[in-house]
Design a protein around this ligand. Structure first.
Ligand SMILES: [Zn+2]
Length: 134
């Protein structure tokens, strides 16, 4: 007997949402960013924490496209409550980011600064991640 939920056009629905990344997800995030992607940071990915680009507390999923590595410091200062593209009805509108927040832009992880610029890390290893090799 198999039990599951299936959307009529999208197919199987994932009913199990994990808060923490599996080792597989962590490995994928490390392969994408060999160092913390925050500009001018040089902490190697294997010493970083897995970060939800769209914060888990705001409904961000634990899936490869929503994860990146950030060092402990930058994971702490990232503005998880920054503005988002869509505001759901009933939710309070979030303010302007203070230190900025990480975003995925055209497939790559960038810092969205409080001034609205998208800035990548220029460390030598930052352009050797998986997304830079394809
Ligand atoms: Zn960092």
């Amino acid at each position: 007997l198999y039990v599951g939920l299936f959307h009529p056009t999208a197919g199987p629905v994932n009913l199990y949402e994990a808060r923490f990344a599996s080792e597989k997800l962590r490995t994928l995030a490390m392969a994408e960013n060999l160092v913390c992607p925050w500009p001018d940071c040089n902490v190697p990915a294997d010493r970083c924490q897995v970060h939800h680009i769209d914060a888990h507390k705001h409904g961000g999923h634990t899936k490869p496209s929503n994860l990146t590595m950030l060092c402990k410091y930058h994971n702490g200062v990232n503005d998880d409550d920054g503005p988002r593209k869509k505001h759901r009805p009933g939710k309070t509108k979030r303010g302007k980011p203070k230190r900025g927040r990480m975003r995925r832009h055209r497939g790559k992880i960038r810092l969205h600064t409080p001034g609205g610029k998208l800035v990548g890390n220029t460390h030598d290893l930052s352009n050797m991640g998986a997304m830079d090799l394809i």
